[in-house]
Design a protein around this ligand. Structure first.
Ligand code: HEC
Length: 181
């Protein structure tokens, strides 16, 4: 959204003025460009999916929906507005395959040896803001770090074998129903 609304200075990418719903539509389109595959996913039941989310799946141990859950992993309050059913199903069965670059987990080690594992909220050339594994907001100056690594494997467990196909379909239906706070 930032790139579309502010453009990229010094390049041909200009800034555009869109209202919130136009922007959401463009981002949804971009994020789903290679996964228009809703038809291939078995439709489930959103209410049962919510029960799995809060119960057996323990998703709220990492994710937040509305005012509930943890900030360790991305907020899912509007995930249904930006992702297709097929892509959500793959997030559950093979999380790494669907991981967006900004959601890659980071590991930072400060000069005095403190290790911080977290999820990025924002990053520029010199600094990074993240939520650590205790849900604390941390701001770091990269120059002050001994190590800064961006990991490529998702910390989310795969639910391929721990949820049944019916439960997975229900969770996808629930996620698709989440369209904004
Ligand atoms: C141990 C923590 C943990 C648990 C438990 C967990 N997740 Fe995740 N999940 C993550 C992390 C971290 C990410 C970000 C990295 C990635 O995209 O794989 C993520 C990413 C996602 C995404 C993609 C978000 C995006 O913006 O692209 C979805 C959808 C998702 N999880 C759904 C679920 C559901 C549904 C459950 C429960 C069935 C669940 N997760 C359980 C940690 C977790």
């Amino acid at each position: 959204m930032r790139v579309v609304t502010t453009g990229i200075q010094g390049t041909g990418m200009q800034a555009f003025t869109f209202d919130q719903s136009e922007l959401a539509g463009i981002i949804a389109y971009l994020r789903n460009m290679n996964s228009f595959d809703r038809g291939s996913v078995k439709p489930g039941d959103a209410d049962r999916g919510r029960a799995v989310f809060d119960g057996k799946g323990t998703c709220a141990r990492c994710h937040r929906v509305g005012a509930q859950g943890s900030r360790v992993a991305p907020d899912l309050s509007d995930i249904g507005a930006t992702r297709s059913a097929g892509s959500l199903l793959r997030s559950l069965t093979d999380p790494t395959s669907q991981m967006f670059p900004i959601n890659r987990p980071v590991r930072a080690v400060t000069r005095d040896g403190k290790v911080i594992n977290g999820r990025r909220l924002n990053e520029d050339t010199y600094t990074v803001q993240l939520v650590d594994d205790q849900e604390r907001l941390v701001s770091l100056v990269k120059h002050d770090l001994r190590e800064y690594t961006i990991l490529t494997v998702s910390p989310m467990p795969s639910y391929r074998y721990t949820l049944t196909d019916a439960e997975l379909a229900d969770v996808v239906a629930y996620l698709l129903s989440l369209k904004g706070r």
